[in-house]
Design a protein around this ligand. Structure first.
Ligand code: HEC
Ligand code: HEC
Length: 324
């Protein structure tokens, strides 16, 4: 009798140790893309604790998450697959590989695409939207829609949004819209906050800091030749301000615990986006001028406000003009 118990306990211990080692050494610590937040109705799932998706699909999802988190290792200037982007990672702006509440996450991508977008005046697929970020935010070229890289990104985005109903947009997806100020956003005030709150990581010239092996950034650039171009979403002050308010300084900031006030966020957005960066020809964008967002900084417009007012505000008069 006793002998049998010892054998059973022995086997049980071996199984337990086996799983403990796997847990400590393996998947658990690879979760850098998926630490989830709780101040949203949507919480990004983790592929490493989901064991029903198997085989090729699972491999694609894991590769897709890796491509979002460490894009530059594969597609940056020293990328192992192709050298077609500026060195930034998708994750720099889609935090925790697109799984962070209020961190410009991908919760609503699979549920809402294909969708009509005014920028192109077309119905856009997920491929078109990903290609847009590669050409604008990553100031580069898009991967081919048949490439393993796009298939992986698609599989990951699809899997990430699997629990979101068609057409549903969970609270905390995308970027928060902050209320407009009564004044124009002020680059000079923004510079003061930048020096105090951002410069240690992003650099005195917004140049960021590469990792030691120089294949990606530890701190991504905010302006200059290696940053997003002026056709990117973050070049609009409302997007920049909303992103930064909920997420920067990185790791110390969340929707529940913002560091900056709304005013500081708008002013920093004005400061950063008044610095030089790559230019993108956008003459084909916004086929209908009246559909341009209030803070789109390039004319022509369907109103008589200046490009400067469209860039920095005050936005309320423009808003009033369009809601009259
Ligand atoms: C410099 C910042 C930045 C980088 C880097 C970036 N994006 Fe984006 N992305 C944005 C912004 C800003 C938006 C628009 C958010 C909004 O309008 O609410 C966006 C939107 C998207 C959307 C649509 C989200 C939605 O809910 O409609 C997808 C998909 C996307 N990005 C994928 C990617 C991929 C894939 C990469 C890497 C190849 C990438 N992005 C890199 C800033 C960035
Ligand atoms: C502690 C270091 C740190 C501080 C301080 C910090 N950031 Fe960041 N920032 C980061 C890191 C790291 C990322 C990329 C996050 C990732 O890839 O997971 C990032 C990403 C960004 C991005 C999107 C990517 C890009 O390069 O455009 C913007 C915009 C940004 N930070 C703005 C700011 C602003 C504005 C401040 C000051 C209020 C600030 N950050 C303070 C570390 C920091």
């Amino acid at each position: 009798m006793k002998k049998q118990y010892i054998v059973i306990i022995g086997i049980a211990s071996i199984i337990l140790i086996y799983f403990l080692i796997g847990f400590i050494a393996g998947d658990y610590f690879k979760m850098d893309g998926n630490i989830t937040s709780t101040d949203s109705t949507w919480v990004g799932p983790s592929i490493y604790i989901e064991h029903t998706t198997l085989g090729e699909e699972r491999e694609l999802i894991i590769y897709g998450q890796e491509l979002i988190a460490h894009t530059s290792r594969y597609l940056g200037p020293k990328g192992s697959v192709a050298q077609i982007t500026n060195g930034m990672n998708c994750q720099n702006c889609h935090l925790q590989a697109g799984a962070k509440a209020w961190g410009n996450n991908f919760a609503a991508v699979f549920s809402t695409y294909p969708k009509f977008r005014d920028r192109s005046g077309q119905i856009e697929t997920i491929y078109k939207r990903v290609a847009d970020c590669m050409e604008r935010s990553l100031n580069g070229k898009a991967v081919d829609s048949n490439s393993r890289e796009f298939k992986a990104i698609y599989a990951y985005i699809k899997w990430l949004g699997k629990d979101v109903q068609k057409n549903e947009q969970p609270i905390g997806s995308g970027i928060e819209k902050l209320p407009y100020l009564d004044r124009a956003a002020d680059p000079q005030k923004g510079q003061i906050v930048y020096i105090a709150q951002c410069q240690t990581c992003h650099g005195a010239n917004g140049e960021g800091l590469l990792t030691l092996d120089e294949v990606e950034y530890a701190y991504p650039p905010l302006w200059g030749p290696n940053s997003y171009n002026d056709g990117a979403g973050l070049y609009r002050l409302s997007n920049f301000a909303g992103y930064v308010k909920n997420n920067m300084p990185n790791l110390l900031t969340s929707h529940k615990n913002p560091t900056l006030t709304d005013e500081e966020s708008w002013d920093i957005a004005a400061y950063v986006n008044s610095q030089s960066r790559p230019h993108k020809d956008q003459s084909k964008d916004w086929p209908k001028f009246e559909k341009k967002p209030l803070d789109f900084p390039f004319g022509p417009y369907a109103d008589s406000f200046s490009e400067s007012q469209h860039k920095y505000g005050p936005f309320k008069p423009i808003q009033k003009f369009y809601t009259k």
